[in-house]
Design a protein around this ligand. Structure first.
Ligand SMILES: CC(C)(COP(=O)(O)OP(=O)(O)OC[C@H]1O[C@@H](n2cnc3c(N)ncnc32)[C@H](O)[C@@H]1OP(=O)(O)O)[C@@H](O)C(=O)NCCC(=O)NCCS
Length: 205
C-alpha cells in the first residue's frame, strides 16, 4: 500500500486501499483533471439509465468526490479508472425531500450510496464486489456511522448480503418510470466498531 499524492492538480490525490497486480481500489481525496474525463465517460451509463442528473461534470465531480465528509472510491485497472462508488453523509443531501424524511436524518450516522458504477466490460468480473467491500469497510469504521442506505431497482437489495431492511418504495424514481426501493444496511449489528460504553451495553438493564 502506498499514497499517491501530488500538488499537481492534473493528477488525482488518492490513497491506495487495496491492490492486485493490475487492479487498485483508491480512496479519493481530490480528483485531478486527467481523471475527470474518465469519470465523466463512466458516468454516461448511469445517465442513460437514471437521467442526465447522474452524468458527472467537473462541477459535480467537485461536489461529490472532493467534498469534505464524502466517501468516494475508484477502481483503477492498469491505470485506467473502470468504476466508482460514492457515499455521502445523508445530511449533505438536505435538498432532497426523501433524505430529510429518513428517520436517521440529522443524527449523522448514515452514509447514502449516491452512485455505484462499473464500466460495462468489467461487470461481473469481481471489481464491483471489491469496490463495495472496501466502501462498506470504510463506512463502518467512520466515527458515528451506523448505516449505509441507497436506492436500487425493486428487488435488487434482496440479493445483498448483510443486515438489510427495505424501508421505502418509490414509484417513478427520478422520473425513470421505474420503481425503486430504499434500503438501509446496518453496518455493525454486533457493535464491534462502536465506541466503548460504561457500563457495556450488554450489561445494561
Ligand atoms: C451496479 C453495478 C456497479 C454492479 O456491478 P456488477 O459487476 O454487475 O456487480 P455484481 O453483480 O458482481 O455485484 C457486486 C456486488 O454489488 C451488489 N450490487 C449490485 N447492484 C448494486 C446496487 N445497485 N447497489 C449496491 N450494491 C449492488 C451485489 O449484490 C454484489 O454484492 P456482494 O459483493 O455483497 O455479493 C453495475 O451493474 C453497474 O455499473 N450498473 C449500472 C449502474 C447502476 O445501475 N448502478 C446502481 C445505481 S447507482
Amino acid at each position: 500500500m502506498s499514497d499517491t499524492e501530488t500538488n499537481n492538480t492534473k493528477q488525482s490525490a488518492t490513497k491506495i486501499i487495496a491492490s492486485t497486480d493490475s487492479l487498485q481500489i483508491e480512496l479519493v481525496d481530490k480528483v485531478g483533471t486527467t481523471d475527470n474525463e474518465h469519470l465523466i465517460k463512466i458516468s454516461e451509463s448511469l445517465a442513460i439509465e437514471y437521467g442526465e442528473k447522474y452524468l458527472l461534470t467537473e462541477k459535480t465531480i467537485d461536489i461529490y468526490f472532493n467534498r469534505d465528509g464524502s466517501l468516494p472510491f475508484i477502481a483503477r485497472y492498469r491505470n485506467n479508472i473502470i468504476g466508482y462508488i460514492i457515499g455521502l453523509p445523508i445530511e449533505l443531501l438536505s435538498q432532497e425531500p426523501w433524505a430529510r424524511l429518513d428517520e436517521h436524518y440529522g443524527k449523522f450516522n448514515t452514509i447514502y450510496t449516491y452512485a455505484f458504477v462499473i464500466k460495462k466490460e468489467c461487470k461481473g468480473d469481481g471489481t464491483a464486489k471489491s469496490l463495495k467491500k472496501v466502501y462498506l469497510n470504510w463506512a463502518k469504521k467512520r466515527k458515528g456511522i451506523r448505516f449505509v442506505t441507497g436506492h436500487v431497482k425493486l428487488g435488487i437489495s434482496s440479493n445483498f448480503n448483510g443486515n438489510i431492511k427495505i424501508v421505502g418504495q418509490i414509484e417513478n424514481w427520478q422520473g425513470t418510470g421505474k420503481t425503486f426501493e430504499y434500503y438501509r444496511r446496518e453496518l455493525d449489528p454486533e457493535q464491534i466498531y462502536a465506541p466503548r460504553t460504561e457500563p457495556p451495553l450488554t450489561d445494561r438493564l
